[in-house]
Design a protein around this ligand. Structure first.
Ligand code: BGC
Length: 560
């Protein structure tokens, strides 16, 4: 393994065991980041080639979405082998080199672990199919007999989270449970071999220098499948209090207590962050030091660009973090949701009851064909910049999703024939799926696949990507990329402990808070200018004129 000298100014890798508490973590969706071998898919060497970019951006860590061997039935969340690299993306040696380069540049690496289900191509599932009913191989998964004549009906009427039945029948007539795609059979976490194998996987990557883990659907592993199984209606009537048969069971923390022993056997201890879509009162269980140690807070994914909502979400999540002793996480975008520049540019009427945009509008967002586009791109970007600088001023750790530092919008104009996401195929016509936020990044305004790779991109990039390319924004002080670089740089300088003091701005549309040493963050969520508070301006998400804080703008000030 060679470790070339860092070519850009780098920070030292912090040895502090709590490096994660206020880290800025950049999510890399590897197949859409950078392609070095010209197959249209991003690869590990592509990420390594961009480590200087990540260092210049100033992130503390990357979270790498699955890079394991996979048929890509669910963008890599269908894992065929947890202890190898997808040959389409590279080799274990490439991963070693990536880890070494990241560390040499002062950046830590968190990898995705997908424990609820494997791919149907995993050797265990293939063994289960071959071994037949009653076998030990089937015991690693959740196989049941069907109902009705000849067992031709599924064991229950449960629905997959991606749409359609949660059960699939195999050749000998048994059915297996899949809470996600049919290619993602759920594992049986009552099985000791399953538990031991994941401990081996956690040690495998920790031994290779991985610093932490993001745990996919951390709230769904353990299940109570005592017969008779409840119906969907019966399930829906049950409370989520730790005893639900399928979701957020108390006993999942027995699994994580064993993981914790592994994490703590390393120096510094390996970290973990739970993707757990649970009631807020249950989040501290996942975030506690005895369990995974940190949990995602997704509230901002579902919020409007609204001062009352932002303020409430901050207050609630700081309180929840204090309850668990962990730090909270701030997330505006990830690989599962519509990019926030686009969410914030849509009229409220285009948003669903849960606050998220309704995806069914598809191409109309960007291709209105009329005088007035449905999506106001400039407004979305302006608000996105204000929201990001608000979030980066908060205590706790911030998770950025690749491309948000470019102000990228969702790509709505993907032809149906090019779509890949199973949520699109399993709910035809209802859900456009998640491909629009997974389109390969534009590195250059010109050239093949906007600098992503020599021979195109696995999802089509629109012509407007050119204006967002890294080389267009590099060196332009007004660009979103420059704003993020400056914010991350300043954050390193200013960030001390995790205190936050609210400041009364005297008006409802302005939210302000102060961090230690006079670092003050003020966001005008409104559509009119507000008075600019006194202090030295350190950063502004939009150009300032005179002593006004423009609409939809965040400033960082140093108050003396
Ligand atoms: C991941 C998704 C994935 C699902 C199933 C999620 O929560 O973030 O991208 O489709 O888990 O693994």
């Amino acid at each position: 393994m060679t470790t070339a000298a860092p070519s850009v100014q780098t920070r030292e890798l912090s040895d502090a065991p709590d490096w994660w508490r206020q880290a800025v973590v950049y999510q890399v969706y590897p197949r859409s980041f950078a392609d070095t071998d010209g197959d249209g898919l991003g690869d590990i060497k592509g990420i390594t080639s961009r480590v200087p970019y990540l260092a210049e951006l100033g992130v503390d860590a990357i979270w790498l979405s699955p890079f394991y061997p996979s048929d890509l039935a669910d963008g890599g969340y269908d894992v065929a082998d947890y202890r190898d690299v997808d040959p389409k993306l590279g080799t274990l040696a490439d991963m070693d080199e990536l880890i070494a380069q990241l560390h040499a540049h002062g950046i830590r690496i968190v990898v995705d672990i997908v424990p609820n289900h494997t791919s149907d191509k995993h050797v265990w599932f293939q063994e289960a199919l071959a071994a037949g009913r009653g076998s030990a191989a089937r015991e690693r998964y959740i196989f049941r007999e069907g109902t009705g004549v000849d067992g031709a009906e599924p064991p229950t009427d449960w629905e997959s989270l991606f749409g359609g039945s949660a059960w699939e029948r195999v050749d000998d007539g048994q059915w297996y449970l899949h809470n996600f795609d049919v290619s993602q059979p759920d594992l049986n976490w009552d099985n000791r071999e399953v538990r031991d194998d994941f401990l081996t996987t956690l040690r495998f990557w920790s031994d290779r220098g991985v610093d932490g883990f993001r745990i996919d659907v951390a709230h769904m592993l353990t299940k109570d499948l005592t017969e008779p199984l409840p119906s969907r209606a019966q399930l829906e009537a049950l409370p989520f209090d730790g005893t639900h048969p399928l979701i957020d069971r108390d006993d999942v923390h027995e699994v994580y207590a064993e993981w914790r022993e592994v994490f703590n056997s390393y120096d510094p201890p390996r970290t973990a962050v739970a993707e757990a879509w649970v009631h807020p009162s249950r989040v501290p269980l996942y975030a506690s030091a005895e369990s995974l140690g940190q949990a995602f807070n997704f509230d901002l994914l579902e919020a409007d660009f609204d001062p009352a909502q932002f303020r409430r979400i901050v207050a609630d999540n700081l309180a929840l973090a204090a309850e668990s002793g962990s730090s909270t996480t701030w997330v505006l975008s990830n690989h599962d949701v519509v990019r926030h520049a686009t969410r914030y540019g849509l009229p409220d009427a285009e948003r669903g009851a849960d606050g998220r945009p309704t995806r069914k509008h598809g191409n109309e967002w960007l291709l209105s064909g009329g005088e007035t586009p449905v999506l106001d791109t400039a407004r979305g970007e302006r608000r996105a910049r204000a929201a990001a600088t608000f979030v980066l001023g908060l205590p706790g750790s911030a998770y950025l999703y690749q491309g948000e530092e470019l102000g990228l919008h969702e790509v709505a104009e993907i032809p149906d024939a090019d779509r890949q996401d199973p949520t699109f195929f399993r709910s035809p016509g209802i859900d456009q799926g998640r491909d629009g936020c997974r389109v390969p990044l534009p590195w250059t305004a010109e050239g093949s696949a906007f600098g992503f790779g020599a021979k195109g991109a696995h999802l089509p990039q629109p012509a407007w990507f050119s204006a967002y390319a890294v080389d267009r924004q590099d060196g332009d002080p007004a660009s979103t990329l420059s704003l993020y670089r400056r914010a991350l740089d300043l954050r390193h300088e200013l960030q001390t402990d995790e205190q936050l003091q609210w400041i009364d701005a005297g008006r409802d549309d302005v939210v302000a808070f102060e961090r230690p040493n006079g670092w003050t963050v003020v966001t005008n969520f409104g559509t009119e200018s507000a008075p600019l508070p006194a202090g030295e301006v350190l950063l502004s998400s939009a150009e300032l004129t005179g002593d006004a804080l423009p609409a939809e703008t965040t400033v960082w000030l140093r108050r003396s």
